[in-house]
Design a binder for this molecule. Structure first.
Ligand code: ADP
Ligand code: MG
Length: 273
């Protein structure tokens, strides 16, 4: 079993604090749904775990099987078994999809993968994802449709076989048939390989297929609520406002107490004078 542990993670971009103390633990057989309104730090969390240089960790820790992830380069994180399927996959001209995958796989092996095995595995995964075979030989993501880019992220996942995979809005841009295909392939791989998943999505439909074991709501750089899959349905029906309301209530409830305690402090102070 593998374990990703995030403790009190604070992250800034250009000196602006985006993540404000995240605690999260993900084991390799679990499926964690991350939800929350846009602009609240979901992508920042995933990119930070994968080691995107733009994000500066100012406090806290990330460990994977006890190893300090923050000390690792991006490729070391990949070799350790972490994977990120990105919200906006990059187009890379001059490198074919197939060469990219081969070198990523070889970076994780002692001896290079045999050409025959590689081609067979690539063909079977392309077929599973119902992707056009020529996508293997085109430049990475160049001119791919939105849906093809997203499927290509899943192709990489299948070929790289991570212990913990993070998927950032992998379902956006997919039509309903593609959504079925991607979700089924993902669920099957997760099950067979006992892979841990961290999935950011806005759609209940997608989570219905994926069946998360845990659900977390991220607002303003913090995880404000964690529960099971029932939380996905509640968000789908009621949105996020009730959570804001709940947080506001908590503040209101706390106010009399803090007034009381400041009064008490003053009173105590008075007795000392
Ligand atoms: P989410 O994925 O929840 O929509 P993000 O993690 O993408 O949220 O963004 C969180 C906040 O960080 C937003 O306020 C966004 O504007 C800001 N942000 C994200 N990426 C960058 C960046 N590269 N440069 C500056 N600000 C950024
Ligand atoms: Mg995002």
């Amino acid at each position: 079993m593998h374990k990703l542990t995030i403790k009190n993670l604070h992250v800034s971009i250009d000196d602006k604090e985006i993540l404000k103390g995240i605690d999260l633990e993900i084991n390799s057989h679990e499926i964690h749904a991350i939800m929350g309104p846009n602009g609240n730090g979901k992508s920042t969390l995933l990119s930070t775990i994968m080691g995107h240089p733009r994000y500066e960790v100012t406090e806290g820790s990330i460990t994977f099987d006890g190893e300090d992830v923050l000390e690792m380069e991006v490729d070391e994180r990949s070799r350790a078994g972490l994977f990120l399927g990105m919200q906006y996959p990059q187009e890379v001209s001059g490198v074919t999809n197939s060469d990219f995958l081969k070198s990523a796989i070889n970076a994780r092996r002692e001896t290079p993968v045999g050409l025959y095995d590689f081609v067979k595995s690539m063909e079977s995964n392309l077929e599973k994802l119902r992707m056009k075979p020529d996508l293997a030989h085109r430049f990475l993501n160049e001119g791919f449709s939105g849906g093809e880019k997203k499927r290509n992220e899943i192709l990489q996942l299948l070929m790289l076989n991570p212990h913990i995979a993070m998927l950032d809005e992998i379902d956006s841009g997919l039509d309903i048939d593609a959504l079925h295909i991607v979700a089924n392939v993902l669920k099957e791989a997760q099950n067979e390989r006992q892979m841990g998943l961290m999935v950011v999505s806005h759609y209940e439909r997608f989570f219905e297929f994926i069946e998360p074991t845990h659900t977390h709501i991220m607002i303003d750089g913090k995880i404000v609520l964690s529960s099971d899959a029932s939380l996905v349905r509640k968000i789908d029906q009621e949105g996020y406002d009730w959570i804001d309301a709940k947080r506001a209530d908590e503040k209101v409830e706390k106010r009399p107490e803090s007034i009381a305690s400041s009064v008490l402090k003053e009173a105590l102070g008075d007795t000392h004078d």
